[in-house]
Design a protein around this ligand. Structure first.
Ligand SMILES: O=C(O)c1ccccc1NCC(=O)[C@H](O)[C@H](O)COP(=O)(O)O
Length: 268
């Protein structure tokens, strides 16, 4: 069993239990359900840096990254750094995150928030909305095309944007549909945990221009962004590189300053 299969098996049990404890009607009563969402796509279109900064305490590949920070401070730091959006890992068992992290991030900043989760049930999309997300992640490797359609359409009906994540051409070809907003290529091979920007480079020409292209994982220098931009990537999801430091917001700010100095404006 690979790591995604393990995570999904646990997630199915977790979601089944939660559905018994907290009914959908209760999620729908959240005041955040009525909130006007903020567009990550628009922020990326208007940005030079394209940085989506992640809150990530630990991970299956790197184990402990940083659990001494307060998500409230991290979100404020990212906002001050003028990132385009923030990704909040809400899985607890493998990443040490929670829905409370999402809620705290929502309370402390006005950035578009991505709920970074292993979504296998529409219930989790209603949770995302109830806890203040603007964007959800769908992972092609763990979903059928019918599920991607059902979940992305549910998200759109709640005014949430949808980031679809792929690792290879097969996942990309089976998943492309109009109800998606952003297409993320994950550079991390989930069998070996190796990261390679080649994955983003290889898949770039197969992604139709209608989607905002995002490169995810293993981005540890402004040089990587310089390499990826000419392939049409406008979003760059960065977790460990910022979270490994004592002050992720300051690290993001320095990263963006360096980027502005070294990277030419996008080629459209
Ligand atoms: O990060 C992992 O080890 C991991 C393992 C299994 C499934 C997903 C995983 N990561 C989720 C992510 O997509 C990353 O947190 C995100 O792209 C940021 O990556 P990085 O900048 O390399 O921390």
């Amino acid at each position: 069993m690979d790591i995604l299969q393990k995570i999904v098996a646990d997630k199915r049990r977790e979601v089944a239990l939660k559905k018994q404890l907290i009914p959908i009607s209760q999620l729908e009563q959240s005041i955040l359900f009525e909130r006007k969402t903020i567009s990550l796509v628009k922020n990326l279109q208007n940005s030079k840096s394209g940085i989506i900064a992640e809150h990530k305490r630990r991970s299956p590949s790197k184990h402990m990254i940083n659990d001494s920070l307060n998500v409230f401070d991290v979100a404020q730091g990212y906002e001050k750094a003028s990132v385009c959006g923030m990704s909040v890992l809400t899985d607890s068992k493998y990443f040490g995150g929670s829905l409370d992290d999402l809620l705290l991030a929502r309370a402390s900043c006005n950035l578009p928030l991505l709920r970074k989760e292993f979504i296998i049930d529409g219930y989790q999309i209603l949770e995302a909305k109830a806890y203040g997300a603007d964007v959800i992640l769908l992972i092609a490797a763990i979903l059928t095309p019918a599920e991607i359609k059902e979940f992305s359409e549910l998200a759109k009906s709640l005014n949430l944007e949808v980031l679809l994540e792929v690792h290879n051409e097969e996942e990309l070809q089976k998943s492309i549909m109009p109800s998606l907003d952003l297409l993320g290529v994950n550079n991390r091979n989930l069998k070996t945990f190796e990261v390679s920007l080649e994955t983003s480079i290889t898949l770039s020409s197969l992604i139709p221009d209608d989607f905002m292209k995002v490169s995810e994982s293993g981005i540890s220098s402004t040089g990587a962004i310089k390499i990826l931009k000419p392939y049409g990537y406008k979003g760059f999801l960065i977790g460990e590189n910022f979270m490994r430091t004592d002050n992720p917001g300051e690290s993001a700010k320095n990263f963006i300053s360096e980027l502005n100095l070294t990277v030419p404006i996008f080629r459209d």
